[in-house]
Design a protein around this ligand. Structure first.
Ligand SMILES: NC(=O)C1=CN([C@@H]2O[C@H](COP(=O)(O)OP(=O)(O)OC[C@H]3O[C@@H](n4cnc5c(N)ncnc54)[C@H](O)[C@@H]3O)[C@@H](O)[C@H]2O)C=CC1
Ligand SMILES: O=C(O)C1=N[C@H](C(=O)O)C[C@H](O)C1
Length: 262
């Protein structure tokens, strides 16, 4: 059983908590949240389950050195904010691994996360869905086939998302594009997350699109990453690496036993 601690119980973290609770190989030990709401409750009860799982802990109520010593977990999953890395850095001395899904880090915080990976296994992904990594691989392949194509990235999210999509910035980086020139953001309604790479050729246009319809997609990706990182030594890993078996496996393996749920 993989013991998981979760940072963040917002619009994504609360859905991720439900996915962890539903997974038979994982146990949600605790949820650290910033809001004093529902403190000392259980995430399971708040999400409609009948058993007790995922004690809700208010960040102001804990001495983290003591908390991590007394509430040790195998993996911390972070869906909170850039600054949380400074909170859970002390957990790694108890052997804890980290899966961070924070999409846009402040420079000091991403540097601290990289520093942490010298003592612990850390997986960081601005988009932790399985599907977006296929979009990235397909885009890199198409760019090789059509090196002269014009390329634009379109990212669409819910109206309240303030930052530019970390996923789109990473796609631009992987394709060698100027992030300030070739990432186009749309903020409308309740779109969970859509990324489109548009390849413009003289007589045709090719579009590669990934769309998350439900935040459970992020929960499934985070759980896959948590299971994958359990066997890893200290170091910094990406979701592309965690999925590389799926993308590089011989055809018969892919057909018979997909490595991760789509
Ligand atoms: N990598 C991926 O695939 C995905 C990444 N994200 C990222 O996850 C983060 C959260 O996204 P949302 O849930 O939409 O935002 P949100 O604002 O709804 O939730 C964030 C929650 O974290 C809490 N929080 C902030 N700092 C905290 C701390 N130090 N300790 C504990 N809790 C803290 C906030 O109070 C809030 O409840 C964002 O960075 C977002 O970009 C979201 C979806 C997918
Ligand atoms: O804030 C979100 O919700 C999401 N953020 C990530 C990003 O910024 O790329 C990933 C996903 O699209 C949802």
């Amino acid at each position: 059983m993989i013991k998981i601690g979760l940072f963040g119980f917002g619009q994504t973290g609360s859905v991720v908590a439900g996915e962890i609770i539903r997974d038979s190989q994982c146990k949600l030990e605790w949820v650290i949240r910033q809001s004093p709401k529902n403190s000392s409750d259980y995430a399971s009860l708040l999400l409609g389950f009948e058993h007790l799982e995922g004690k809700i802990v208010h960040i102001r109520d804990v001495n983290f050195d003591q908390f991590f010593k007394e509430n040790q977990v195998d993996v911390i999953i972070d869906f909170s904010s850039s600054s949380s890395v400074s909170v859970y850095s002390s957990a790694v001395k108890y052997g804890c691994k980290i899966v961070s899904a924070i999409s846009n880090y402040e420079t000091k915080d991403i540097n601290q996360l990289k520093q942490l990976s010298q003592e612990a296994a850390v997986l960081y992904s601005p988009n932790i869905t399985v599907g977006i990594n296929f979009l990235m691989e397909a885009s890199k392949l198409l760019q090789k086939i059509a090196p002269h194509a014009d390329i634009e990235i379109i990212e669409e999210h819910f109206r309240g998302k303030k930052d530019v999509s970390g996923t789109a910035l990473r796609i631009a980086e992987q394709l060698g594009l100027d992030k300030s020139e070739h990432v186009n953001s749309i903020r409308v309604g309740g779109i969970v997350g859509k990324h489109e790479v548009v390849f413009g050729l003289p007589n045709q246009t090719i579009r590669i699109i990934h769309e998350s319809h439900n935040r459970a997609a992020f929960g499934q990706g985070a759980i896959y990453a948590a299971k994958w990182i359990m066997g890893k030594e200290k170091g910094l890993y990406s979701m592309e690496q965690a999925l590389s078996l799926m993308m590089n496996a011989p055809n018969d393996e892919i057909q018979s036993e997909p490595v991760a749920p789509l």
